[in-house]
Ligand binder design. Structure first.
Ligand SMILES: Nc1ncnc2c1ncn2[C@@H]1O[C@H](COP(=O)(O)OP(=O)(O)OP(=O)(O)O)[C@@H](O)[C@H]1O
Ligand SMILES: [Mg+2]
Length: 442
């Protein structure tokens, strides 16, 4: 109330101050003083008819006063003007819903979430989730109901890279070999020893150090298909259909076995379930866990890899046996690895006796992605040079040294600053032992 008083006072001093009027209206709405808020917004709109914020607030005021059709009139105009504002889309969806236009409401709600998934609304969620559920039960959970299946095929590819294109990362290659590649190559031997197969590998570490890259190369290594699922693909269709989406990815992988199914930014999916405010997220996680368990029991040539650079946000349920039961730290490349990454990256470019050892020494703290950026910069410089002379000259060590100044690595250092705290203070389960070791903390 104090806010409101002082805002009213301020407005008396400068009566046509639009930002003040907006602030006052927002405060009034919070205190359910809708009439005064409405008046304020109408005054703003009298001065500036198109004022976006004032229009949104007026629509909200109408909505809260249950004047749904009045709200809709404003919102229709707004949606036409700006079609990518999740606040407008959500309010529009809610007003449509109140007016009985459920299908339309669903569409606009979905659109709002697609733009920003934090615009979840309990009422909308309950309604649409429930209906989705009824639909599934009505169909006896018939698989054919998962009609989004074709969509996921877009992420489908047969990679042309294999382990020879990945510099360093020896330990990761070994682990992937043991746990993922061998069981597929020597299925009969595993059977002979009654050795269980299953479970996935989760890679974690600082950005740009080759997690996504090696996942892809794993598929290439065994000539398997590769599906890269970004968690956004799953959450796009937040409403109920996220579960179908997820199921569809696993189904597509099963149909196209052998197949590496790679979940990037898996933390978004596995965000500690307790942290999840809305229950919609929990459904998706549970679905994911049961799909993982299914892969383990079927042993059908679906290899699951995941990656994250925030392992501390991961749901512990992910780490149980036969799920992601091997969690591997992917460190920044050491000097030898940097040497071989540079060699790989320059393989197909015109070069002149590059001193790889020196460059590798000069690039401490550079991730694989940083090294790639370095070379991109260098190539651009060389291109510019050759535009004037018309002759392409090969890349030399000094060109790369010059480029060092233009690209300083930051991401890796920043990551370790955060990781260090977890390794020091939240390492009861030993999950961060590898980070601690890397940082010489123990
Ligand atoms: N070991 C490596 N050998 C060759 N190239 C590499 C290596 N590591 C990284 N790169 C290059 O850097 C690029 C970025 O790496 P990648 O996308 O795999 O990093 P990431 O660990 O998945 O990062 P993020 O955590 O940001 O997703 C790759 O596309 C590749 O070109
Ligand atoms: Mg990645």
């Amino acid at each position: 109330m104090d806010d409101i008083q002082s805002l009213r006072e301020a407005l008396r001093q400068s009566p046509n101050n639009i930002p003040l009027k907006i602030l006052l209206a927002e405060a009034l709405i919070k205190s359910a003083l809708f009439d005064e808020a409405e008046l304020q917004m109408k005054e703003v709109l009298a001065i500036q008819h198109e004022h976006l914020r004032a229009n949104i607030l007026l629509a909200r005021i109408f909505f809260l006063q249950k004047k749904y059709s009045a709200a809709l009139v404003i919102l229709e105009g707004l949606v036409e003007r700006v079609d990518s504002n999740p606040e407008i889309l959500l309010l529009y969806a809610k007003a449509l819903f109140k007016e009985g236009a459920k299908e339309q409401a669903r569409t606009y709600y979905q659109r709002a979430l697609k733009i920003n998934s934090s615009y979840v609304d309990e009422e909308m969620d309950n309604e649409f989730r429930l209906r989705q559920y009824e639909k599934n039960v009505g169909n006896n959970e018939d698989e054919e109901d998962f009609d989004d299946e074709d969509d996921s095929i877009q992420n489908f590819e047969k990679p042309s890279i294999n382990f020879t294109h990945v510099g360093g990362m020896q330990y990761v290659k070994e682990q992937i070999g043991l746990k993922i590649i061998n069981p597929l190559k020597f299925a009969d031997l595993y059977k002979a020893y009654d050795k269980k197969i299953g479970g996935g590998i989760l890679l974690y570490g600082p950005p740009g150090c080759g997690k996504t890259y090696i996942a892809k190369a794993t598929a290439g290594e065994i000539n398997a298909n590769f599906i890269n699922v970004s968690i956004h693909d799953v959450f796009d269709m937040w409403l109920g259909s996220s579960e179908q989406k997820l199921h569809a990815f696993f189904e597509t992988a099963r149909k196209n076995a052998p197949c590496v199914l790679f979940f990037d930014e898996i933390d978004a999916l596995g965000a500690n379930r307790n942290d999840m405010k809305n229950h919609a997220g929990k459904h998706v996680i549970n679905q994911f866990l049961s799909e993982l368990d299914g892969v383990a029991s079927n042993n059908d040539g679906v290899l699951v890899l995941g990656a994250t650079n925030v392992p501390w946000h991961l749901d512990p349920a992910f780490r149980r046996p036969n799920r992601f039961d091997r969690i591997i730290f992917v460190p920044p490349p050491d000097v030898e690895s940097r040497k071989s990454i540079l060699e790989i990256l320059l393989q197909k470019k015109p070069v002149n006796s590059i001193d790889y050892a020196t460059l590798a020494k000069k690039t401490a703290d550079y991730s694989g992605a940083d090294l790639k950026a370095l070379i991109d910069i260098c190539v651009e410089d060389k291109l510019k040079e050759s535009f004037s002379s018309g002759i392409p000259t090969p890349i030399a060590t000094k060109d790369l040294v010059k480029a060092l100044d233009k690209h300083k690595p930051t991401a890796v250092k920043e990551w370790f600053q955060a990781a260090k705290n977890y390794a020091l203070y939240a390492n009861d389960t030993g999950l961060y032992d590898d980070i601690a070791k890397y940082l010489n903390l123990k």
